[in-house]
Design a binder for this molecule. Structure first.
Ligand code: PGA
Length: 257
């Protein structure tokens, strides 16, 4: 399977900068036979413009969040139905910034996963332990709880799902995880998924890693078979960093042909 590189632009760029970034991403992928699968997640106000820019390309479009109801009096919220209407294919769900800053519980995350799937959006479900939980040796336990809760009652269809393992202590800190530890957690995630869904569906799920990925450390993660790709935050809005990460992914894919 090819590697999947997701750029989470967060609230770091406006519409004009998003468009410029999207064009640069397009340019960087031109003419590449073994390019990785790429998904860009601009802020919601830029989704429509970025959609126009990446239409007819292989670049996927993702939103950074959605609300779990489809329609109603929910001031300020954006539904899966709306995201599908404007051409999104993916949506990030349960990012730790949403969990910690906006009070998203495991229950809310599950409802958002269900809402995404209702509208044929591929959910990028984020899980990961915080610093304290890591110190107590509870990383696997936390990831297992979050995953089981997020996927509870979810009926999967073959159009897919992405699980992003993002330890909270690694996000935006410059301290990326150790690839060997990440592989261990990814293997745990794979085992849990195997209990929750049929084998053929498990094989269609991509398990990616996120947390302080940059051009210097991306190879150490991408070369691992158990790591299907990366969710990149800060480095995804720095075009030279991003291009190098894509280049590294391309080299890894070529070497595995
Ligand atoms: P970071 O963010 O790459 O800036 O650590 C990753 C994320 O939050 O998805």
């Amino acid at each position: 399977m090819s590697k999947l590189i997701i750029g989470n632009w967060k609230m770091n760029v406006g519409v004009r900068e998003s468009l410029a970034l999207a064009r640069a991403v397009l340019l960087g992928m031109r003419g590449k036979t073994f390019a990785p699968d790429v998904v860009v997640c601009p802020p919601s106000v830029a989704l429509t413009e970025v959609r126009k820019a990446v239409a007819h390309s292989r670049i996927g479009l993702g939103a950074q969040n959605l609300f779990f109801e489809d329609v109603g009096a929910y001031t300020g919220e954006i539904s899966g139905r709306m995201l599908a209407e404007i051409g999104c294919g993916y949506v990030i769900v349960g990012h730790s910034e949403r969990r910690n800053l906006f009070g998203e519980t495991d229950e809310i995350v599950k409802n958002k996963v269900l809402a995404a799937l209702r509208h044929r959006l591929i959910p990028i479900v984020c899980v990961g332990e915080n610093e304290e939980e890591r110190k107590c040796g509870e990383a696997e336990k936390v990831v297992e709880r979050q995953l089981r809760m997020a996927l509870d009652g979810v009926r999967f269809s073959p159009h897919g799902c992405v699980i992003a393992y993002e330890p909270v202590w690694a996000i935006g800190t410059g301290n990326a995880g150790n690839p060997a530890d990440v592989v261990r957690i990814h293997t745990t995630i794979w085992r849990i998924l195997s209990e929750l869904m049929e084998r053929t569906l498990v094989d269609s799920v991509r398990i990616v890693y996120g947390g302080s990925i940059n051009s210097g450390n991306s190879y150490a993660f991408l070369r691992e078979q158990a790591i299907d790709g990366l969710l990149v935050g800060g480095a995804s809005v720095k075009i030279s960093q991003w291009s190098e990460i894509l280049h590294t992914a391309t080299q890894v894919i070529e070497s595995q042909q």
